[in-house]
Write a protein that binds this ligand. Sequence first.
Ligand code: F0G
Length: 458
Amino acid sequence: MASETQSRTPQSTAATLNSAEVQAELVCFEPACRARFAITEVLYNCPKCGGLIEVNYTGSRPDAATLRKLFRDRRLSNDPLDVSGVWRYRELMPFLDDYRHVVTLGEGNTRMLDAPLAASYGGMDRLTFKHQGFNPTGSFKDNGMTCGATQARRLKMRRVACVSTGNTSASMAAYAAAGDLEALIFLPHGNISFGKLAQALEYGARTFQVDANFDQILALVRVLAERIGIYLLNSMNPFRVEGQKSIVFEMMDQRDWRAPDWIVLPGGNLGNTSAFGKGLREMYELGLIDKMPRLAVIQAEGSAPFHEYFARGAKGEFRSVEKPETLATAIRIGDPVSWPKALYEVQSSKGVVERVTEQEIADAKAQIGRCGIGCEPASAATLAGIRKLTASGVIRRDEDVVAVLTGNVLKDPDYIYRYHTGTLEAPGGVKIQSTYGNQSVVVPNDADRIAELLRERP
Ligand code: F0G
């Protein structure tokens, strides 16, 4: 294990503007409480009221024109801090006192891809995907994990832990390995795709599969974290949220700071929704963008407590789903931790929450594949949601929409194979139609026969 002082970015000499003039602190998210704590405290919930914790900044920051130029110039730099699509925007998440703590794998830098076929499937004139599956471990979690692992090193924590539907664990395992931290991973037994589990094993994490669902294991891990002093890197960790803001920072930078009308994303534990909203508000306050895009959060029908609450006008108790079900295992979450933050962000962006069926997710996913792009099932909820929202007139076909694909197509190959061979079954045994199926054909080692087959169906 590395010594406590060893730098993870030894070759970095990159400058940071005005970091001394900004103060970062932890603040309770609940408006009635807003208790404040030092940025170096280990907190996931407010000790006073139990509310979620967020990072808050005070003090002056560089103006919008200076920041835009700075971020653009850094794209020419080879310094690891500037190369990272997260730390490139460090003035917008200035919680760190010393950038030598940074653990980076060159995360972010994900593409914006136009997808005409998906656009027409979704009832749009045009549609752009921001593909977070192009990250080092293949999901958007890397944007947050670089910050979470960095804060763990800053706090001199040795062990980090998470419960995960798969992607968080793959990401945490990689960043823990890169940062000389011990990774402890808790997974719902039998409900994680092999691609994700394989990553955690390969990166050397200790993995524990528990016979319980995500929500139950999260409760278990919280008890353990307190008892044996491990640093939790689930998305209620406020530094994960800080890092995930960079997804929208980079998106706006790539669009020359022109905000779209809508940003569409899948919703599970709702950490990403919270991060996008916070990032967009902060950019708007700094004058980096001149309007707030509306957020559209899409959930899978069998795991849609946030949709249910929103559809009820967000009144009364938030009701969790006791037995969440969906083949999009990444968003198989019935009791999303970050719902209060996500609700605030969706409401303040005049956004919406939609839900989609298993069949809708599967077909949308195949359409994204046909664009030559591909994604994992949870990500495809975005296009399925867009199709519903244009059909109901909530999104107009000529609006400017960016959908965020959260995970790489190779995360869940089993699902793909089953869909295309007509053997995919939704929870409860309902068969998923292979609407856009593409079967592999077994042929003899015979040129005449193959040529004949190709003449039959060019
Ligand atoms: N898409 C993918 C591919 C995910 O892995 C997740 C969450 C989400 C969407 C939902 O994001 O939770 O911020 O609303 N995966 C978590 C995990 C829960 O453990 O990997 P969210």
